[in-house]
Design a protein around this ligand. Structure first.
Ligand SMILES: [Zn+2]
Length: 345
C-alpha cells in the first residue's frame, strides 16, 4: 500500500515535471510565467546572458517564440516585446510563448548600431551558430538550441536601426514547402502589416540558415520577420503595430482567445531594389519613408563636406520607399534607400 502510494506520488511528480517548460534558466509551470536567461558561456571572448521569459499556458498547445533586439538599437521592437511580457496572461493561454526581447545586449548598452560590438558581427547573419565561435556565433548557437528547436513557430522582430528611416513591413519566406508556406502566409496576414516582402532567395540548408527566422523556416516551422520603427525612436504607432501583430498571430494559432484581424489586401513586394552610395559625404534625402517613387526620380543627393554635389541618387525602378538613410553620414558602399517593387499579381 505504502509502495503503491509512493509510486503514484512519483508518477505525479514525473507528469508535473514534463508539464513544465524550460528555456535556458527559465522554467515555467503550467499557467505561469518564468523569467531567466539563455546563458552563452565564455569562449574566445566574453560570456553573454540573453534575457528570456517563458509564458506557459494553462493548457498545452503550440509554442510560439518571439525574438527581438538582434540589433540592440532597434528600440521599437525591443519595447514591443517588453510590453508583450507584461501583457499576455498564461492562465488564459493554450500553448506557450517564449519571449526574447534583447539578443544583442552589448549593442543596446553601448548604443552601437547593426553589430555586436564584442566581435563586430551582425546578430542576424550567423545562424545556426557555432559552439566554438565568437560571441555572436555562440549566442546564435544557443538560441538555435534553446529557442528555435523548442518552438513550433517563430516571429523575429526588428525596428529600423539608428540610421534607418523605414516604413513598417514584414517578410514572407517562401521555402517551397506549400503547406508550410500557406501557414506562414496566414501568420503574416494575421500580423497585419500592409506591406509584405516575398523572400524566395533565402538559404535552404538548415546548417547554413544565416538568419534567425530562416533557421526556424528551414527546420519546418512556419515563421515570419516583421519590422516597425525608425531612427532610434519608440513611437507608439510602431510599438502598437508590433504588439497588435504578435497578439493577432497568437489568436490565429489559438494560443490566446479571440479572432485574429487578418489584413485583406496587403501590398506584396516581389523584389527590393537598393540604391548604394558611390561616394562618402553628406546625404540629403528628398523623399520620405513609405512614399511611392517613379523610376528615374531623384530620391536624394550626396555632397562633399564643402557642399559640392558628388552624386544624385535616382530610383532604379518604380516602387515604395521601404527604407531611406535617416542621418547625413554617408560612406561609400552604404545603402541610400531600398525601393520595394510591388508584384503584379
Ligand atoms: Zn534589425
Amino acid at each position: 500500500m505504502v509502495e503503491h502510494r509512493m509510486l503514484t506520488f512519483l508518477l505525479a511528480a514525473v507528469v508535473a515535471q514534463s508539464a513544465a517548460f524550460q528555456v535556458g534558466t527559465a522554467t515555467a509551470q503550467r499557467g505561469q510565467i518564468a523569467r531567466g536567461a539563455v546563458e552563452v558561456p565564455a569562449g574566445v571572448d566574453a560570456a553573454l546572458s540573453i534575457p528570456v521569459a517563458v509564458v506557459h499556458g494553462a493548457r498545452p498547445g503550440p509554442v510560439l517564440a518571439i525574438v527581438s533586439g538582434a540589433h540592440g538599437t532597434e528600440y521599437a521592437s525591443i519595447i514591443a516585446v517588453e510590453r508583450l511580457i507584461e501583457q499576455i496572461d498564461p492562465r488564459t493561454m493554450t500553448g506557450t510563448v517564449i519571449l526574447v526581447p534583447l539578443v544583442n545586449v552589448p549593442s543596446f548598452e553601448q548604443k552601437i548600431a547593426h553589430v555586436n560590438p564584442v566581435d563586430g558581427k551582425s546578430m542576424n547573419r550567423f545562424y545556426p551558430g557555432k559552439a566554438d565561435g565568437t560571441q555572436t556565433e555562440r549566442a546564435s548557437f544557443a538560441i538555435t538550441r534553446e529557442v528555435v528547436e523548442k518552438c513550433d513557430h517563430l516571429i523575429d522582430l526588428h525596428g529600423g536601426d539608428l540610421d534607418e528611416s523605414l516604413r513598417p513591413y514584414a517578410y514572407w519566406t517562401k521555402t517551397g514547402n506549400e503547406k508550410q508556406d500557406a501557414v506562414s502566409r496566414e501568420m503574416l496576414l494575421a500580423f497585419g502589416l500592409d506591406t509584405i516582402i516575398i523572400s524566395s532567395d533565402r538559404p535552404k540548408d538548415p546548417a547554413a540558415s544565416r538568419y534567425l527566422e530562416n533557421t526556424a523556416s528551414t527546420r519546418g516551422k512556419p515563421s515570419l520577420t516583421a519590422e516597425a520603427g525608425h531612427a532610434g525612436t519608440v513611437e507608439p504607432q510602431d510599438v502598437d503595430a508590433l504588439v497588435r501583430g504578435a497578439v493577432s498571430v497568437m489568436r490565429y494559432l489559438k494560443i490566446v482567445p479571440g479572432t485574429p484581424s487578418m489584413i485583406e489586401s496587403p501590398v506584396w513586394i516581389e523584389r527590393v531594389a537598393p540604391i548604394t552610395s558611390d561616394a562618402t559625404g553628406i546625404f540629403y534625402p528628398l523623399v520620405t519613408r513609405g512614399s511611392f517613387v517613379q523610376k528615374g526620380m531623384k530620391v536624394g543627393y550626396v555632397t562633399d563636406y564643402l557642399g559640392r554635389t558628388l552624386l544624385e541618387a535616382r530610383a532604379p525602378e518604380s516602387g515604395v520607399i521601404l527604407f531611406i538613410r535617416a542621418v547625413p553620414s554617408m560612406t561609400k558602399g552604404e545603402t541610400i534607400a531600398n525601393i520595394g517593387v510591388p508584384s503584379n499579381r
